[in-house]
Write a protein that binds this ligand. Structure first.
Ligand code: GSH
Length: 377
């Protein structure tokens, strides 16, 4: 068993939920350190290049930032009960779902937190106590306003504008219904034990939808199967010895989820890719792009949806596409057959620029052969 890891993060935080549930699943010996103001804005920023959470400090003193990198590291050191499936279709699908769970759901998680004022009491208490643990309550309340102000100011850039509220609300209810229906048949997304895809989706559900009072009451608790999945994900180690679905199967109950991946999320990333390529042509290769470019467009539940273009998203999708590229030919044939059954073979032709990650942003290392993509809406 691994010894003495420290996960710096808050229960409130989207990506801390992902890392926390994952480390519990692997039964890594770790402490959750509710990161304070100094560590977040000074130490973590110095060690990783951004004031961000979560960050994992290893027993060797390394500071590892980004949940995908954290998971890759722990998987390489502790390969028992892997979270990345070892069959090609489930493996590729779980990487796509990781990108979708990490990136597509952020506007939903922020909308259901910041547009319902009753949630703020929980945020203020948790953030205040974490940032200034030894300070009196009034100072804790005051300091909590700092991240709250920063996060509220980000809302329009994430697509949270009044014209899009109804689109997000109806998409969320419909997607949560689909997930509830899936979890009435399967304990996890790909079978009887969790995979990478579950740890990504739990990011949205653990700290935000399942913990903020408004969405917990209105969205999660009425959906008993989804709620039961969230309870399993919160303490997942007991499921580690069980199996994913046999024969590399992707259950048909996930079809609505993959329709969102293929028809909503990936067209958004294709648009981000075009903007990143254009920016790289302007500033040159291997230069760090701004964290956000212009607005990227797609659809959500059949309605137009736009939000700020984050070049980081390209890196997440690149991980999935790289996984396909490095597969044996016979495995690629199986992935292509599955994509064809989803009318999504074209995603393998996404002409994304090649990127390298720098904390929360990326630099373009290579432009795509053709910079227009058939995926953009
Ligand atoms: N993709 C990263 C993202 C981490 C992230 O965005 N964390 C949020 C909190 S959940 C944060 O610290 N954001 C600070 C910021 O955006 O400046 C991961 O997988 O760890």
């Amino acid at each position: 068993m691994a010894q003495n890891y420290t996960l710096y993060g808050w229960h409130l935080s989207y990506f801390t939920g992902k890392a926390l549930c994952y480390l519990r699943y692997k039964e890594v010996d770790f402490n959750l350190n509710p990161v304070n103001l100094f560590t977040l804005t000074h130490t973590i920023k110095k060690k990783t290049g951004a004031a961000v959470m979560p960050v994992l400090k290893t027993p060797q003193g390394e500071w590892v930032q980004d949940t995908s990198v954290i998971i890759d590291l722990i998987e390489s050191q502790y390969p028992h009960h892997p979270v990345v499936p070892d069959t090609p279709v489930q493996k590729f699908a779980s990487l796509l779902l990781e990108a979708w769970g990490d990136e597509w759901w952020v506007p939903i998680a922020m909308h259901t937190r910041w547009n319902y004022p009753e949630n703020y009491l929980v945020f203020r208490k948790d953030a205040g106590e974490a940032l200034l643990p030894w300070a009196p309550k009034f100072l804790q309340n005051k300091i909590a306003e700092r991240p709250a102000k920063m996060l509220r100011s980000m809302l329009p850039h994430v697509g949270i504008v009044p014209e899009q509220y109804e689109t997000m609300n109806s998409w969320t209810r419909s997607m949560l219904d689909s997930l509830d229906s899936h979890f009435s048949q399967h304990d996890f997304l790909l079978g009887a034990r969790p995979s990478l895809s579950d740890f990504s989706l739990v990011g949205t559900m653990y700290g935000h939808l399942g913990r903020d009072p408004w969405p917990k009451r209105e969205l999660i608790e009425p959906r008993k199967n989804l709620k039961a999945w969230l309870d399993r994900m919160t303490h997942p180690a007991g499921f580690a010895k069980l199996d994913l679905l046999p024969n590399d199967e992707i259950p048909t109950s996930l079809n609505p989820i993959f329709q969102s991946v293929f028809n909503e999320f990936l067209p958004l990333v294709a648009d981000v890719g075009e903007q990143a390529s254009a920016k790289a042509k302007e500033i040159g290769l291997n230069k760090r792009l701004p964290r956000r470019l212009g607005n990227a467009h797609t659809v959500m539940g059949g309605k137009p949806f736009q939000r700020g273009a984050l070049p980081y998203m390209i890196w997440m999708v690149q991980r999935a596409l790289d996984c396909f590229e490095t597969m044996r030919t016979e495995d690629q044939v199986r992935v292509k057959a599955w994509l064809k059954s989803q009318h999504a073979e074209h995603i393998l032709e996404m002409h994304l620029p090649r990127v390298e990650r720098h904390a929360l942003s990326v630099s373009v290392t290579q432009l795509p052969p053709i910079s227009t993509s058939s995926l953009t809406t």
